[in-house]
Ligand binder design. Structure first.
Ligand code: SF4
Length: 385
């Protein structure tokens, strides 16, 4: 991989660590993970070697202000692993995180484990609840029950986590509108500071995809899905969780700072197999293959490859593509300053067409989705692909 060593003038960046281990694969999931865990020591040493190799490039004056450990199932690994990981990362990189998130599956999340994580410095927990009904969890092939999530949240609160996020999936096979309302009520009863609510998408290569091709997966109808898309914000916003991204809701001051970096096209560094980075306008990615990832590091080289270099118009397209997911929209003048080209002029015809269709508004230099645009966000985004 060729990367330049010029300091990046942008002041904020985030660090993502991918933990590629799961107990079993869920039939809808296309995130990279394996079900044969590596010894913690071997994986730790690979991650720290990778961080050290990156330290030659990553500017010391670009602090990593957020840390997000995702997966896979990060909660499968021990607090001791994370303690040593954070120590090693801080030695190699300008790690100064104010928000430290760990993704966790509800099963087996005990008080002692969570206290240890809190003690190490994690201050945000994102729990994969997905549904609160046995029917929903079984339709999604999840291994936990609704009680596991309730107990995990209770334990997290007792352990001192004041910033909790819950993940929910809607549109699972057999789900009705009242099932969705019950899921939302059950999630709200746990008073999370943040909620991510995603429609189930059937990705190529997953068991769900095969079932769908064979006509054996009964997903909700289009009409029902539209009703679900309307219900989610209605219910959550009525309870004070403000929608700030198409699928994400938060109480004041509890937006996920790490994910905001992605949507604002700010730099981030990703370590671990399948992790992506964005730096100096380059999209970089590690191989989705644990062995290949480990081999590169054993040989003393970064496993990372440059997927794409975003220059000029391409960078602006990408900034609009990801930025329009945010309800605050994108500041066209700021983009113009950052990328040296004016998106209002460059995309004048796309913007005019979308405004005519009532899908976006342009106010005080800010381009954002209208309520109709939020419902049809995928179509709006396609204009900037
Ligand atoms: S959904 Fe989560 S727990 Fe299930 S296979 Fe994917 S990463 Fe693992």
């Amino acid at each position: 991989m060729e990367v330049g060593a010029t300091a990046n003038p942008e002041a904020r960046a985030g660090l993502y660590i991918h933990i590629p281990f799961c107990r079993a694969k869920c039939p809808y999931c296309d995130f990279y993970s394996v079900t044969h865990p590596l010894e913690e020591d071997s994986f730790l040493s690979a991650l720290l070697t990778e961080a050290k190799l990156w330290s030659e490039f990553w500017p010391r004056d670009l602090p990593l202000e957020t840390l997000y450990v995702g997966g896979g199932t990060p909660s499968l690994l021990s607090p001791r692993f994370y303690e040593r990981l954070l120590e090693g990362l801080a030695e190699a990189l300008p790690l100064a995180p104010e928000e430290l998130t760990l993704e966790a599956n509800p099963e087996g999340l005990g008080l002692e484990y969570l206290r240890a994580l809190r003690g190490i410095g994690f201050n945000r927990l994102s729990i994969g609840a997905q549904s609160f009904s046995e029917k929903g969890l079984s339709a999604l092939g999840r291994r936990h029950g609704p009680e596991d999530t309730r107990q995990a949240v209770e334990a997290a609160r007792r352990a001192g986590f004041e910033n909790l996020s819950l993940d929910l999936i809607f549109g699972w096979p057999g789900q009705s509108l009242s099932d969705l309302q019950e899921d939302l009520s059950a999630a709200l009863a746990l008073s999370p500071e943040h909620l991510s609510c995603y429609e189930l998408t059937v990705e190529k290569g997953t068991p769900f995809y095969r079932l769908l091709q064979e006509g054996r997966l009964a997903l909700p109808s289009e009409d029902l899905l539209v009703a679900m898309h309307e219900t989610v914000p209605e219910v959550l916003e009525a309870r004070g969780l403000k929608r700030y991204e198409i699928s994400n809701y938060a109480h004041r001051g509890r937006l996920c700072r790490h994910n905001l970096l992605y949507w604002r096209l700010k730099p981030y560094l990703g370590l671990g197999p399948a992790a992506a980075s964005f730096w100096e306008r380059k999209r970089l990615r590690n191989p989705e293959d644990l062995e290949e990832y480990l081999r590169a590091l054993r040989e003393g080289r970064l496993p990372t490859v440059v997927e794409e270099v975003l220059e000029g118009e391409e960078a602006l397209r990408e900034a609009l593509f990801v930025g329009l997911r945010l309800l605050e929209g994108v500041d066209l003048e700021e983009l113009s300053r950052r990328f040296g080209r004016d998106p209002a002029r460059l995309f004048a015809s796309e913007i005019a067409r979308l405004r005519d269709l009532g899908l976006v508004t342009l106010e005080k230099g800010r381009l954002k989705l209208t309520p109709k645009g939020v419902l049809l966000a995928n179509q709006v985004q396609l204009h900037f692909l």
